[in-house]
Ligand binder design. Structure first.
Ligand SMILES: CO[C@@H]1O[C@H](CNc2nc3cc4c(=O)[nH]c(N)nc4cc3[nH]2)[C@H]2OC(C)(C)O[C@@H]12
Length: 372
């Protein structure tokens, strides 16, 4: 199969379930994408990531262009071969990471120049260069090169930034060209301003993309403001294409986003917090480094089938975190990613059965406040 397609299979309220078909495999939506920033989902073997149920993972243009460079990965057969992951990969386009990680950034109409946070070397990213890097990586889903303003920002700054991103979206589309089997997603901007978000959605729709991301969120605005934006932003985007909310989030963020019509999400949280001893479970959060787990023979989550919950006690996990053993981050990252994928599967089934409201009620009823 050389084409790509998005098929909506069922809806329940604004929630949707479907599939994105690509030559490298099918992505079941709603989908959660583990983050594999530097060509690895930290502390996980690729086969373990697949075992958690992930259909797709995320890579980053910014990190890979700096090290080992997109040209080297291309010479070695592309990112899938390089990192031994043969399912779909979505790559972010670099603008957001430049603004959150690089030094000495200079933003012009052309693009962004910056110094590497790794070795201080000078680099430039433009829509054209970002498309070229993502092509060299072999990314199945390419993101437009955009600018994501830090919040809070005044309305004029948000409008100006959004309009720049829309001009960059056109340049990204033009530079991407015609690539059957590969998808290009536009990214909506506009901060928390409904009319600016509508203007951005119309600009993207006029250009035409294979999917549409809600960008500019999960940048410190908080869940209430994010959900407020999600009351209208997904509905401004084409209904027949995937809607991707970038950088989200905690389990309750994810359930709330799917409820409001989001199909895809990514977040460093399950892997990053797994490495620090923070476990996410259906009953809430467990900080395994807390002394009260020291003698607890129970698993993290009695109902979880992941290797950490099947084979180890809280006492063991507590011990290996205290002892700073490498297995600690491996086991908790595996558990967290497994839990996130179970959450997504549960929502896909609930939407297909017209039971999303009941699923959401159960989700919240089970979650205790604080450490369990
Ligand atoms: C919980 O993780 C922290 O929160 C950020 C995730 N939030 C986020 N919002 C995003 C927006 C955009 C966007 O508008 N455009 C493009 N191209 N990519 C984006 C990527 C994004 N990721 C992570 O980013 C930092 C490093 C700030 O902390 C993490």
């Amino acid at each position: 199969m050389t084409k790509t397609s998005f098929t909506l299979q069922a809806t329940d309220g604004l929630a949707r379930t479907g599939r994105i078909d690509t030559p490298r495999g099918t992505i079941r939506t709603p989908a959660f994408m583990p983050v594999g920033t530097a060509a690895t989902v930290k502390a996980m073997m690729p086969e373990s990531v697949a075992a958690t149920g992930a259909d797709i993972l995320l890579g980053n243009t910014y990190h890979l262009m700096l090290r080992p460079t997109a040209e080297r990965i291309d010479r070695l057969g592309g990112l899938h071969r390089f990192m031994n992951w043969d399912k779909p990969i979505l790559t972010d386009s670099g603008g957001f990471q430049v603004m959150s990680l690089a030094d000495l950034r200079k933003l012009t109409e052309k693009g962004v120049t910056f110094k590497s946070h790794i070795d201080g070397s000078k680099h430039e990213l433009t829509p054209e260069r970002s498309m070229d890097i993502q092509r060299l990586l072999g990314s199945d889903i390419v993101m437009c090169f955009d600018e994501c303003p830090a919040l809070p920002a005044d309305r004029d700054r948000i409008a100006e930034s959004m309009r720049l991103s829309m001009r960059w979206a056109q340049r990204s589309r033009d530079a991407f060209g015609d690539r059957p089997g590969y998808m290009l997603f536009g990214i909506q901007q506009g901060g928390l301003e409904e009319d600016l978000r509508a203007e951005s959605a119309e600009a993207l729709r006029a250009i035409g993309f294979d999917g549409y991301a809600v960008g500019g969120l999960a940048v410190g605005e908080g869940q209430e403001a994010m959900f407020g934006c999600l009351e209208y932003a997904p509905g401004q985007l084409p209904e027949d294409k995937p809607r991707y909310l970038m950088g989200v989030g905690k389990p309750d963020d994810i359930v709330g986003a799917v409820k409001r019509g989001i199909d895809m999400m990514d977040c460093v949280l399950p892997s990053r917090s797994g490495r620090t001893g923070q476990a996410w479970t259906r009953r809430g959060q467990v900080n395994i480094k807390n002394a009260r787990h020291q003698d607890d023979p129970r698993p993290l989550d009695e109902d979880c089938t992941c290797p950490a919950c099947r084979n180890y006690s809280r006492a063991y996990l507590h011990h290996v975190f205290r002892a700073q053993e490498m297995i600690s981050g491996m086991l908790l990252t595996w558990h967290n990613l497994h839990y996130y994928q179970e959450l997504m599967q549960g929502m896909r089934e609930a939407i297909a059965a017209g039971q999303f409201a009941a699923f959401e009620a159960d989700f919240h009823a089970l979650r205790a406040e604080g450490d369990i």
